[in-house]
Design a protein around this ligand. Sequence first.
Ligand SMILES: Cc1ncc(COP(=O)(O)O)c(C=O)c1O
Length: 408
Amino acid sequence: MSHNLNIASIRGDFPILNEVVNGKQLVYFDNAATTQKPRLVLDALAGYYEHYNANIHRGIHHLAEKATSAFEQSRKRLQAFLNAAHSEEIIFTYGTTDGINLVASSYGRKFLKEGDEVIISTMEHHSNIVPWQMLCEEKGCILKVIPINDQGELLMDEYEKLLTEKTKFVSMVHVSNALGTINPIKEIIAKAHAVGAKVLIDGAQASSHIEIDVQDLDCDFYSLSLHKIYGPTGMGILYGKRDLLNAMPPYRGGGEMIKEVTFAKTTYNELPYKFEAGTPNIADVVAAKFALDYVDALGKANIAAYENELLAYATGAVKEIEGLRIIGQAKEKVSVLSFVIDGIHHQDIGVLLDQQGIAVRTGHHCTQPLMNRFNITGTSRASFAVYNTIEEIDKLVQGLHKVKRMLR
Ligand SMILES: Cc1ncc(COP(=O)(O)O)c(C=O)c1O
C-alpha cells in the first residue's frame, strides 16, 4: 500500500526536529515512548493559557464557559476517533496506566471474587500486569498468562485452553511496545465474550498506527494515552461501554464526581463525571483534539503505509549487521524495531548512539516478564513515526556499525 504524504512538509510541523544533540541534528527514534508534538498542538496549549484559562463546569463567566466548551469538544472528538456510541463513554484519565487502574480497581473490586480468573499475555507492559496482580492479591483471584512463540506472536490455541467459565476478565495489549506485534484482538474479544468474560484492551501503542472502532471490536474497555498520538503528556482516555461504567463504583472521590454531599451520605454524578474527580488536565485535553485533527488530516492509513516502508527498510538494513538479532518478528507488526547485538550491552548502544544525536530506547521497556521469555535483560528499540525518514535510518545503521567498531 502506498501513501501520499509530503514528509518534508510534515517534518516542518515539528519544531523539535531542528534540535541539535551532541553537535548532530536530532534523529528521534523513541516514538513508542512518546511522540513529538506538531506546532498546532503547541499553539493550542499556549492559546488555552493565553486566552481562556479557567476551571471548567462550575463557572458561569465567559472564560469558564469557553474552557468547558473546548474541553467537551475534545470528548466528542475522542468519541469520533474511537467510534464510540456515546460521548459519556469517554472518560478522561491521566493516561493508559490510569485507565487500566480505574478498571481493575472499580470493575475488578466490585465484580470479581475469590477463585475467578484474569487472563493477560506474556507481552504486557507492567501497567497491564501490576494492577491485575494487586487485584488478584486482594480478592484471591488467579492470574493466567497466554504464552507467545519465538516470533513474538500469541499462541492462540493456548489462549483458548485458558478460557473457562472461571475466566471473568481478559486484559490484553493491542500492540506490543517492545516487539511491535499487532494482536488479533477482535478474535480475542469474541472468544472471551463466549465464556462470559469482559475485555480491556491496552491501546497505548495501537492508537497512532491503527484505526480503532470500539463498536466493531466490541471491547468492553479501551485505554490509551494521547502523548503517543502526537498529543500532550499527562492525559488519556478510558473508553467503557455505558452499561458497564454505570454499574461500576467511582474510582476516586472529590469535587465534580458528586451529585450531592452530606456528612451522612454522598450521591454520585452521572457519566462521565462520576469518574472525573477534581480539576482535570484541561489544557492538555483541549490540545488533544488538535493532535487527533492532525492525525486524521494525514490519514492513519497513509501514516501506517509510510511507517511500514520505514520498518521494512530498517529491518532489511540492520539484518546486514553481524551479531544483531531482532526481537519481535511477528507477521503483523507496527514500526517498532527491537534488537540485541551479541556481546554488546543495550545500554552501551543507547549511550553511543546518543553521542551521534540518535535517540533510541534501551532496557526492558517496562516488560520484564517478556524479556525473561527471550532470556535477555533488555533490547535497544528504534520506533518510527510519520516524521522519520530513510536517511535517518541510514544514520542509525552507520551509527550501529560505529558502536561495533568502538566496542569490539
Ligand atoms: C503497551 C503500553 N501499555 C501501557 C503503557 C503506559 O502508558 P502511560 O505511561 O502513558 O500510562 C505504555 C507506555 O509505554 C505502553 O507502551
